[in-house]
Structure formats: structure tokens, C-alpha cells
Ligand binder design. Structure first.
Ligand code: GAL
Length: 432
């Protein structure tokens, strides 16, 4: 099975795809149904691999672990988390463990192209039975299930949906330059940054290491290309040297001109903390940032505000974490207990309340969620969807890595023509 064409099919149809989900499920590959598990859990150790190792990300994982221990007292949760936002360190360790036949019992993988990589390497097995016992298509959105499905087999249980195109802002800092309104587009936003700079704000925009730059860049691509043209970038033969891409590269260069200097490995909490501490006016970060504001006791609307990256209003730059059942997992029964919890209404509520994301399930009421998540839930329903590059929805791990190298090189060179030709080469190589 080849992953890449499926990815192209998937995103050419912009999350309303049909290509991945056709065909009959291979039920013979599916281990026994989650519903038949003994009360209290299958027993034994359940090793779960994520990159939610510390800070506000661990708060989300801990919420799930607490429930897991309550519901499945026979099982022993083993936390195999490897620190580093976006899985920058975790993914290499995971790849080695899978390669060496030493898989965890379950691991975090992004819905979309990244997951297809594990499927095409035959490293994970279908979990249709778990999804079915959780309510299947009546509780999970079809466009999300399609990103987890190949030939009728569903390969993971989604825990959440995150939004990547969010600007987090410090209202006190904005006041220094009388900048308050949400800018309409990138040019107006750049003008506001200049005003902030003139008013003595040294760092209008905070960035961290390479993956956060990739994420910033993808949001500028969405702004300048529009969601429909952006979604076409992931199909074979797509035009990565269009005027729109060049315009985005130009805007991105100017944005970096208003940003702090970051080392390639700097992690996201540092950049978000710059907004929290009033050292920066803005940070573009996924909505896991809201958990960081909460951790630091900051109040929505008072200590921080948020809006879609200018030019991307009405677009939800999407990513979803999901949990897998690796082939050769030592404790598949315990792993299924974990998956059943992750996909349950109470698991989704507890996790997403803590994580800043929104439930993947559609039957978890929004009433109990704070203001930010309520806006995200409404946007996810009504907005056009764009898959994230930095977080495995739009491109394979290999393509993401090539784009990251190009963005990292650009951070030092600021050579716009080279960035465009590197992006063209990466697209050619990874859709060949
Ligand atoms: C993403 C992941 C999110 C969050 C973020 C920062 O890739 O999907 O859940 O953890 O990285 O680490």
C-alpha cells in the first residue's frame, strides 16, 4: 500500500474526501472488540507514547491518565512521553522503536498524511471494533474518520481537534501603540507591528524553533493563497512557485523581521510565555497555547486575547491527535482499554478541557467548555478546513521534514528565491 497518493486524494478534496474510505473493512485483522474487555481492564502494563511530557501539555495527558486509572484499575499506565513540542524528538525515537520491533502499546499520531505513513509501513493495525463500540460515524465527524481510514479500515482513535491558525495577543502591550482591533490582512497586521515597534515594543511577534516557523508560514500561505488554493498544494503536480506562494514568502520574511531571534530547537512554551510576560505582543500558536495561559493563571479577555491569523478568518487550520494500536503491541487488550477511554465522551471532555483543543466527538456538549473552546467548536462547524503542514495533517513525515529543512535554512539566509525553489523540490520529491 502506498501512502502518498491517498494523501493527495484526501486533501485535494479538502477533508470532504471519499477516496480513503471505500472498500470493505478487513475485520479479520481486527483484534477482539473493545466492548468484550473485562470490567476493570485487561490487566498488565499499558505503555503509551506521546510528546506531552511536561507543562501544560502534560496536564492534558494527566487528565486522561486519572480517568484511565479510575475506570481500569487492573491496568498499570506506563508513561512513555518524550518531551519536545510537535513531537520533534519523540517521532525519531518512535520510528526507531517501531523499526526495531519494540512498539509501545499505543502512540500519538496525527490524523491524515502522517498516519498514512505508519499504515503504509504496516506498523499499526485497524481499530474498527473500538471505533464501532464508541459509536462510529454517528459520533465522529465523517471528514475526520476519513483521515484515519484506508480501504474501510480505521487505524486510530482521535482524541481531539486542534486549531493552528490562532494569534495570541497581550492587550496591555497592544495598548502601548493603541493597537486593538483584529487586523484584516497580513499587510495591516505588519502595519500594527510597525506601530508597536515605534512605540518601543522590541518584539512585536514571538517565534520559537523551526516547527513553530513552519506553522507560522503555513498560516501565511493560507492567508495569501486562500483556503482553496492552499488545499491544492498537496496534490501531485501542484504549483509551489505561484505568485501566491511568492507573496506568502515575502510576507513571512517581513513577519520574521518583527520577531525575536530563536534557536532551531526552542520550544513553543517559551514563545507563548513572551506574550504572557508582556515581552511580545503576538504569538502564532496552536490552541494548545490556551492551556499555557490557564497554567499561568491568565484570564481570557483580560490578560490575553486571540483571533485567527489575519487573512484566515473563516478558515480552520486543522490537526487532530489520535491514538493507535501498533502491530506487535505487548498488551493489545490494555491498549484497547486506553483507546476506548480516549474515544469516550468523558475521556474527550476531560482531556480537551485541559488541553485547549476541542473534542473529536460531536456529542460532547460545548456548555462546560471555556470561551475559547466554544469559539473553536463553532468555527470548526462553520469554517472551511485547511490541513496543517507542521502537524501531520497535510503532508507525510518525510515531506514535513523537507519543508522544515527549507524553513530552517531560510531562517538564516532570508533568501526568498531559494525558499521557493526548496519548496518546489520538496513537493516534487514527495509526490513523485
Ligand atoms: C502538536 C500536537 C498537539 C500539541 C503540539 C505542541 O503536534 O498535535 O497536541 O502537543 O504539537 O506540542
Amino acid at each position: 500500500m502506498r501512502a502518498q497518493p491517498l494523501v493527495a486524494v484526501a486533501f485535494a478534496a479538502a477533508l470532504t474526501l471519499v477516496g480513503c474510505s471505500s472498500g470493505a473493512p478487513a475485520t479479520s485483522q481486527s483484534p477482539s472488540a473493545g466492548t468484550s474487555a473485562p470490567a476493570g481492564g485487561a490487566g498488565g502494563e499499558v505503555g503509551v507514547f506521546t510528546w506531552w511530557a511536561d507543562g501544560s501539555e502534560k496536564v492534558g495527558l494527566d487528565a486522561l491518565v486519572t480517568l484511565f486509572k479510575e475506570k481500569y484499575p487492573n491496568n498499570t499506565f506506563v508513561n512513555l512521553a518524550v518531551a519536545g513540542g510537535a513531537g520533534v524528538n519523540a517521532k525519531a525515537k518512535l520510528a526507531a522503536d517501531l523499526q526495531n520491533g519494540n512498539p509501545p502499546d499505543s502512540f500519538q499520531g496525527h490524523a491524515g498524511a502522517e498516519l498514512l505513513g505508519y499504515i503504509s509501513k504496516d506498523q499499526i493495525v485497524p481499530v474498527n471494533d473500538v471505533i464501532d463500540s464508541l459509536g462510529g460515524a454517528s459520533v465522529f465527524p465523517k471528514n475526520l474518520l476519513d483521515l484515519l481510514t484506508v480501504q474501510g479500515n480505521i487505524y486510530s482513535v482521535p482524541s481531539n481537534i486542534h486549531r493552528a491558525n490562532v494569534v495570541w495577543a497581550n492587550p496591555e502591550v497592544l495598548k502601548k501603540a493603541n493597537v486593538s482591533a483584529e487586523p484584516a490582512d497580513i499587510d495591516s497586521w505588519l502595519a500594527d507591528m510597525q506601530k508597536l515597534k515605534d512605540a518601543g515594543v522590541a518584539t512585536p511577534l514571538s517565534v520559537a524553533g523551526t516547527w513553530t516557523q513552519v506553522q507560522l508560514f503555513e498560516t501565511v500561505l493560507i492567508a495569501d493563497l486562500g483556503v482553496d488554493e492552499y488545499n491544492k498544494l498537496f496534490a501531485s503536480g501542484a504549483n509551489w512557485e505561484s505568485d501566491g506562494v511568492k507573496k506568502a514568502v515575502g510576507h513571512y520574511t517581513k513577519l520574521l523581521g518583527f520577531a525575536n531571534t530563536a534557536a532551531s530547537g526552542d520550544d513553543w512554551p517559551g514563545a507563548t510565555d513572551m506574550v504572557i510576560n508582556g515581552k511580545a505582543a503576538y504569538n502564532v500558536m496552536g490552541d494548545w497555547a490556551v492551556a499555557q495561559f490557564t497554567l499561568k493563571n491568565k484570564k481570557d479577555g483580560v490578560d490575553y486575547t486571540y483571533f485567527p491569523v489575519p487573512g484566515t478568518k473563516g478558515v480552520f487550520d486543522f490537526l487532530a491527535d489520535s491514538f493507535t494500536l501498533p502491530k506487535g503491541a505487548k498488551n493489545p487488550g490494555g491498549a484497547k482499554d486506553w483507546l476506548a477511554l480516549v474515544g469516550s465522551p468523558e475521556g474527550q471532555k476531560a482531556f480537551n478541557l485541559a488541553k485547549g483543543s476541542i473534542p473529536a466527538r460531536t456529542d460532547v456538549p460545548s456548555d462546560d467548555f471555556p470561551a475559547y473552546q466554544k469559539t473553536a467548536m463553532a468555527s470548526f462547524k462553520s469554517d472551511k478546513i485547511a490541513p496543517s503542514i507542521a502537524h501531520g495533517a497535510a503532508v507525510s513525515e518525510a515531506w514535513n521534514s523537507d519543508i522544515s529543512s527549507a524553513i530552517s535554512k531560510f531562517y538564516t539566509s532570508k533568501n526568498q528565491a531559494t525558499l521557493v525553489s526548496d519548496l518546489v523540490a520538496a513537493a516534487k520529491k514527495n509526490t513523485a
